[in-house]
Structure formats: C-alpha cells, structure tokens
Design a binder for this molecule. Structure first.
Ligand code: NAD
Length: 360
C-alpha cells in the first residue's frame, strides 16, 4: 500500500539531516518493498521567510493530507528578533496542537558502541532501552485556572492547576500498553499518587484499563521521586514508562542523558489521526550548512515512523540494525568521534544506506 509522508526539514541543520533520512527511505523503496512518496513543506523560520508564517497554510494542508510527518528542526538567531507568534518555535507548538499530538514518545536507547559517551558507568547503562511515553497536551502545563495574582495583603501568588480527565489518562495509557506489546511488554506508570489527587486518579484509571484490556502486559507503578532515583541507579529495570506531562518532561530529559549524545535521540508525537517524527535536538545553527551534523537521530525517527505510523515494524528493525552495524563498523560523525576520525553528515547517511542494502 502506498504511503505519503509530509517532510518538513525546517531550519539550520534540518535539511541536511532530513536528506539523509530520505536516502534511507529511498533504499527501503528500492530494495525492501516500501511504497512511500513524500512532499516537502516549510515550517519554522523558513516558513516565515516564504509565507510570513512559521506554520504556513500550505503546510497545514499538506500534513493533514499525509500518513505521517517527518520534521528536521526549527529555529535560529536570524528569527530571534521576531514577535513571539512569528518565531520558528511557535510554528512547532502550533503544528503539535493543530494535529492533536497528545502522546510524546522518547526512546532512550544506549548503543553498545557508545557506552563511553555517557557520564554514567558503562555497567549501569549498557543495555538500557527505555521508551518514555509522556502526555503532551494536558496536565499542569495546560490546566485552568492559572496565573499570578495579588492577594489582599499585597503579597503575590503564582498558581497552576493539575487535572486529568478519565479520557485523557486512558488514551495515553493505551498508547503505552500498545507500545509495550511491540517491545518487552512492561509498563511502569509514574505518578505522585501518595500526595496528588490528580495522579491518584491517574493510577486508578491506568490500573482499571490494564485489567480490562491489557492484562497481558506487565504493569507496575512508581512514585516520581523514586523513579528519578531509579533511572540513575538501575535504568535497565524500565521498558516503557508512562507519565504525566510535567513528570514526563523532566524524566525524559533525564533518561535521554543516559545515552550521552543528543545527536542519537529520535522522538514521535502521536495523536488520534496524525503523527509527527523528529529528532529531539534543535537546529544547531553553530554547525548548520557544514555537512557535519549527526543524522542518526533523524534516521531513527524515520524508523519510529515506519513502526508506529506506516505499520512496517519489520523495516523499522532493519533501519535500526543498519544503524547498529554502521556504528559497529566504527563510522562516527564528529559529535561521536571523541577526537578520532569522523565522516560528514552525508557520509554517515551513505554508510547507513550501505549497511541497509546489505540486509536486503
Ligand atoms: P541544539 O539542539 O540545536 O544544539 C545544541 C548543541 O548540540 C549544539 O552545539 C549543536 O551543534 C549540537 N547538536 C545538536 N544536534 C546535533 C546533531 N544532530 N549533530 C551534531 N551536533 C548536534 O540546541 P540549541 O543550540 O539550544 O538551539 C538551537 C536552535 O534550535 C534554537 O533556535 C532553538 O530554539 C531550536 N530548537 C529547536 C528544537 C526543535 O526543532 N524541536 C528543539 C530544541 C531547540
């Protein structure tokens, strides 16, 4: 079945890294029976440059007419003086909102070839393969009422609201259970149920959904303070973590640092009808246009797209294997080279394509 991908390279290193992911998709089309087509659109600074809007109307139409979105990165000093709604980052927030991308998946996988890149001991992190599933459009970041107010005694008070509805908890928990079934079949739901009623209810709903629909998946619960400690103490105990917006924000950054390298980490943001895939890093203006960036996070984002949106977990496995084999062969971009020999961004893309062809 033919699938259509909206490709939004964005700014800075965006085009360089996305081009390498597209080369990988071309190999899959040519040698592995994928039938994918793609069309490019603009977002971020380039969107503003061509259409006066960081999330142009043409892009809005394109993404809604596609099976998945592959994004590079947005932003750069050129657009910093603009008013906030016109800045590249506003385009990113708008596309997430517009497509209703409520589930954010951030895998933190330590590649054995890169264990020394982390600040943690190799024996603690080797073999780590965690997927953080973070709720992305509700919780304390969105709850009402919120604000900063003046009290009658003249003192000021800042406040936010943490609230979760049944349906919001169920839909994110479902995503976590379904992702776990494609991995090691374990979900750890993280909350602060001992103190916060909103997450006491979170735990209740996750437990009920598990019993009703996902009893084949192993479910555990953990308080967020303990989880923060366990991620550093023994990260290998986790498979899928599901948690609220704010806890997920914090824990996914913590988990990503286990791997030690920002250029390696993909992500997916998924809603009911749409999904978007992007590396977790930004547009790296300091190295943009120099063919130096590490494209692996984007290539691995394309692998997530194959697994979650295009129903081709078999091809996702092949791409991930090709990345492993490329690292095994000692191929490194400058960020991974530790002072040793390195290849360019396109050199890394070529090496992955070659490793992929060898798996055909
Ligand atoms: P950044 O992630 O772009 O860069 C941080 C550092 O990591 C830089 O030294 C950069 O060279 C390096 N780096 C990042 N990706 C790399 C890669 N693939 N290969 C090799 N090195 C890589 O973060 P920043 O410098 O804080 O932000 C730069 C711009 O990106 C800003 O405008 C920011 O708003 C934007 N940003 C966008 C996103 C996104 O598009 N999702 C995310 C974060 C930041």
């Amino acid at each position: 079945m033919s699938v259509k991908i909206a490709v939004l390279p964005g700014d800075g290193i965006g085009k360089e890294i996305v081009d390498e992911a597209l080369k990988v998709l071309e190999v899959l089309n040519r040698s592995f029976g994928l039938d994918a087509t793609w069309e490019e659109g603009t977002i971020g600074g380039i969107g503003y440059d061509v259409a006066g809007d960081p999330y142009p109307e043409a892009t809005q139409k394109l993404v809604k007419a596609s099976d998945a979105v592959l994004l590079g990165a947005v932003g750069g000093p050129k657009w910093e003086p603009l008013a906030k709604p016109l800045r590249p980052e506003a385009g990113l927030l708008r596309i997430r909102e517009d497509l209703g991308l409520f589930a954010n998946y951030r895998p933190a996988k330590v590649f054995k070839q890169l264990v020394n890149a982390s600040t943690l001991k190799p024996e603690v992190i080797s073999g780590v393969d965690i997927l953080v599933v973070r709720e992305l459009v509700s919780g304390i970041y969105f709850g009402q009422p919120r604000g900063i107010e003046e009290l009658p005694n003249g003192e000021k008070r800042g406040f936010n609201t943490l609230a979760y509805k049944t349906s919001e908890i169920q839909r994110i928990a479902r995503k976590a259970f379904e992702a776990a079934r494609l991995r090691s079949n374990r979900v750890c739901s993280i909350d602060k149920a001992n103190v916060l009623e909103a997450t006491e209810y979170w735990r209740e709903v996750v437990t009920e959904l598990h019993a009703a629909e996902y009893s084949d998946v192993e479910l555990s619960h953990m308080y967020v303070d303990n989880a923060a400690m366990q991620l550093i103490r023994n990260p290998k105990q986790f498979d899928v973590i599901v948690t609220t917006n704010m806890f997920g924000d914090i824990l996914s950054d913590e988990a990503s640092m286990l791997t030690g390298s920002i250029g390696m980490l993909p992500s997916a943001s998924i809603g009911v009808d749409y999904a978007m895939y992007e590396p977790i890093h930004g547009s790296a203006p300091d190295i943009a246009g120099q063919n130096k960036a590490n494209p692996l996070a984007t290539i691995l984002s394309a692998a997530m797209m194959l697994r979650f949106s295009l129903n081709r977990a078999d091809l996702a496995d092949k791409v991930e294997q090709a990345v492993e084999n490329t690292l095994d062969a000692g191929v490194r971009t400058i960020d991974l080279a530790d002072g040793g020999a390195f290849v360019s961004c396109s050199g890394m893309g070529d090496a992955v394509c070659e490793a992929l062809e060898a798996l055909a």
